[in-house]
Design a protein around this ligand. Structure first.
Ligand SMILES: [Zn+2]
Length: 167
């Protein structure tokens, strides 16, 4: 099971994406790669000479995904990505309260759904403090009256979720 399946609304999926986008925007990954992940980079460089019949761009994406999955962000970086993510999704018209709700769902699924959820949690530990913090910050944000998402046509999230559903 993947993140999309854990999310019940587009707002929840937007929370996870907003969080991840802000790790990138705040350069958390590049910061860590330049300071402490050099040995892992060496491993990746070694792996990349193995000939695998997939398009180069997919291979680059897979390598990047692998690098990102190795990163363990500090609590400070997690908090920063949450904080910036909440502001970003709120500005776009998503409900910022969805961040705490999806964190709770991921946290509850921790034992029943290993694989993807576990990998997300191992790099993004979800403490009670963090979930409460996301709730508190979301409640403090001024909701924009006219935001792109709020003004858009009905969400296509249910169809997207169907596409990811496995039987
Ligand atoms: Zn994170």
């Amino acid at each position: 099971m993947g993140i999309v399946e854990v999310c019940d609304t587009e707002d929840e999926l937007a929370s996870v994406m907003a969080h991840e986008m802000n790790h990138v925007a705040a350069r958390h990954a590049t910061e860590m790669l330049t300071t402490q992940n050099l040995s892992q980079l060496a491993i990746i460089a070694a792996i990349s000479v193995v000939p695998i019949p997939i398009p180069p761009i997919a291979w680059e994406g897979a390598k990047l995904g692998y690098v990102l999955s190795l990163l363990r962000y500090s609590r400070g970086k997690e908090a920063e990505a949450d904080r910036l993510g909440l502001r970003l999704m709120n500005a776009a018209g998503y409900d910022p309260a969805a961040m705490a709700s999806v964190f709770r769902k991921l946290s509850e699924q921790q034992h029943s759904l290993p694989s993807v959820v576990e990998r997300f949690l191992s790099s993004h530990p979800l403490s009670e403090v963090r979930m409460r913090d996301a709730e508190r910050r979301a409640a403090q944000l001024d909701r924009p009256a006219t935001a792109a998402v709020a003004a858009a046509s009905p969400s296509t999230f249910p169809q997207v979720k169907m596409m990811f559903a496995k039987d």
